[in-house]
Design a protein around this ligand. Structure first.
Ligand SMILES: Cc1cc2nc3c(=O)[nH]c(=O)nc-3n(C[C@H](O)[C@H](O)[C@H](O)COP(=O)(O)O)c2cc1C
Length: 239
């Protein structure tokens, strides 16, 4: 389960919901009290949010920023929330800040938003909401996996919608996948039951894909189970 700095529930509330691995997303606040993902040295422009003048409904608060003066958020102009946080983000964020973060915590750190083989790693393009024309994460995954050479786990998110997508990612070397919008949309459609249903569907589809591919365990999913577009030039002469 991943908790964003922007969540409307506190870290403690989310952690108390049950066992399992929990992730917390840090942003690069200029105050240096928190540090960002590599993919957000600057905030994006979500045009729908600007058009709709997105702001938090009055009954919701950003629980992890209780000390923040939200009164300063301009509720009349564009997306006041986005504009406010854009001001708070440290735009000079760089690799030295990552070293600093490693020094102040013993917690494992995963970098999210990596699309080339640079460091380790959640291969993510921010749901393709940050920058137009970024490559699909599934296309970038193998390059990153090859560069990492097993030194750290490589995860992927972005566009995972079916069990077959999970299978493809694992076959290309991902240690696991994260999902975003399927959870958000199912939550909006049918609350907790909706999220349970989506997770069950993904699990069932993934198990079926494994069975139909002759894989009895995760370890048996290999690169040979899939053909990627960039394999075609290699295998075409044999066809
Ligand atoms: C409404 C919305 C808000 C998001 N906000 C953030 C964010 O604040 N920080 C971040 O790193 N990613 C954010 N993401 C991207 C997700 O963390 C995740 O990378 C992406 O949604 C995964 O792709 P998927 O939705 O296709 O599964 C957001 C995605 C959505 C849909």
């Amino acid at each position: 389960m991943t908790l964003s700095s922007f969540a409307t529930s506190s870290v403690e509330e989310v952690a108390s919901t049950g066992p399992g691995i929990h992730f917390f997303q840090l942003y690069g606040w200029a105050s240096r009290q928190l540090l960002s993902f590599v993919d957000t040295p600057r905030l994006y422009q979500i045009e729908a949010d600007i058009k709709n003048r997105f702001s938090l409904p009055s009954h919701l608060t950003l629980k992890n920023f209780e000390g923040l003066d939200l009164g300063k958020i301009d509720k009349t102009n564009d997306s006041g929330l986005t504009a406010y946080f854009a001001e708070q983000i440290d735009q000079s964020l760089n690799w030295k800040d990552l070293k600093w973060l490693q020094m102040i915590t013993h917690l494992p750190i995963l970098l999210k938003g990596v699309l080339t083989a640079e460091d380790g790693i959640i291969v993510s393009n921010h749901g393709a909401r940050q920058l137009d024309y970024v490559p699909a994460t599934i296309m970038a995954l193998e390059e990153v996996v090859k560069a990492v050479q097993g030194r750290v786990p490589v995860f992927l998110d972005g566009g995972v919608r079916r069990g077959t997508d999970v299978f493809k990612a694992l076959a290309l070397g991902a240690s696991g996948v994260f999902i975003g919008r399927p959870v958000v949309f199912s939550l909006a459609a049918n609350g907790e039951a909706g999220v349970r249903k989506v997770l069950q569907m993904l699990r069932d589809e993934f198990e079926l894909t494994m069975a139909l591919s002759g894989c009895c365990s995760l370890k048996e999913i290999t690169r040979n189970h899939i053909v990627a577009p960039w394999d075609l030039s290699r295998i075409a002469p044999r066809l």
